[in-house]
Ligand binder design. Structure first.
Ligand code: NAP
Length: 245
């Protein structure tokens, strides 16, 4: 157990982010739990995190905002003295065929999913450089690799995150900072529960392992990159049950 490490998980009130927060807390880490609207759910995550013995700090902040992202990172450093790991997980979808996609749906998805990762990474890297250590893990998507109809905004943001990951990994490697991405396939969360059962069944048939991914599958990959891997940087690890191989 490493009790003196601190991580920030953006979008940790529910879904994949919540599971990452709990999994890293299980390894003895202090966790900053970011959310944008669901205070109660974020507080619930904090209660669960503290059951593992580490400290939890709940911070409201819209990652699409440069200023609020800076404040999020600052609150971590102010409270815990440092930031060891940043997980850029917060994300949204606003699906539509391109002819019907509103400008605001494009902007909102790009600003949250892509600019959010830039905002938080930029603020965190300053501290990590001084520490000469750190890990940044960006939650991308297989959609950023393969594309998906009705998700031009989301696919562009996730492909952008992959580019950001590689560029930043090269930029900060000499300072002991490792930057990687995880590209989940279909994971059962509130983001995907809106899909009709027949669509889910079709997806399931296209997954060689035969089942829909769980939040734990992503959190375990994050744990590996956060705490075990020491010679991996600039990579995208696909966690999708074999769906896109
Ligand atoms: P989710 O269940 O919808 O949860 C989204 C989380 O992001 C919530 O905690 C939400 O906070 C937070 N959030 C949304 N907008 C935010 C903002 N502007 N600033 C800060 N936090 C914000 O989603 P999920 O399925 O767990 O997805 C998590 C990540 O995995 C996303 O980046 C998503 O694109 C990616 N991903 C998911 C899947 C999948 O199949 N589920 C597949 C590939 C990639 P509130 O609760 O406060 O709204």
């Amino acid at each position: 157990m490493i009790m003196d490490k601190t991580c920030i998980v953006t979008g940790a009130s529910r879904g994949i982010g919540r599971e990452i927060a709990l999994t890293l807390a299980g390894e003895g880490m202090n966790v900053v739990i970011n959310y944008v609207g669901n205070r109660d759910r974020a507080e619930e995550t904090a209660v669960e995190v503290e059951k593992f013995g580490g400290r939890a700090l709940v911070v409201k902040g819209d990652v699409a905002s440069f200023k609020e992202s800076e404040e999020l990172i600052k609150s971590c450093v102010d409270n815990f003295g440092k930031i060891d790991i940043l997980i850029n997980n917060a994300g949204i979808t606003r699906d539509a065929l391109i002819m019907r996609m509103k400008e605001e749906d494009w902007d909102k998805v790009i600003n949250t999913n892509l600019k959010g990762a830039f905002n938080c990474s930029r603020a965190a890297v300053r501290h990590m450089m001084k520490q000469k250590s750190g890990r940044i893990i960006n939650i991308a998507s297989v959609v950023g690799i393969s594309g998906n109809s009705s998700q031009t905004n989301y696919a562009a943001a996730k492909a952008g995150i992959i580019g950001l990951t590689k560029a930043l990994a090269k930029e900060v490697a000499s300072r002991g900072i490792l930057v990687n991405a995880i590209a989940p396939g279909y994971i059962e969360t509130e983001m995907t529960e809106v899909l009709p059962e027949e669509v889910r069944e079709k997806i399931r048939k296209n997954i060689p392992l035969g089942w829909l991914g769980q939040t734990k599958d992503i959190a375990e990959a994050v744990k590996f990159l956060s705490l075990k891997a020491s010679y991996i940087t600039g990579q995208v690890i696909v966690v999708d049950g074999g769906m896109t191989m």
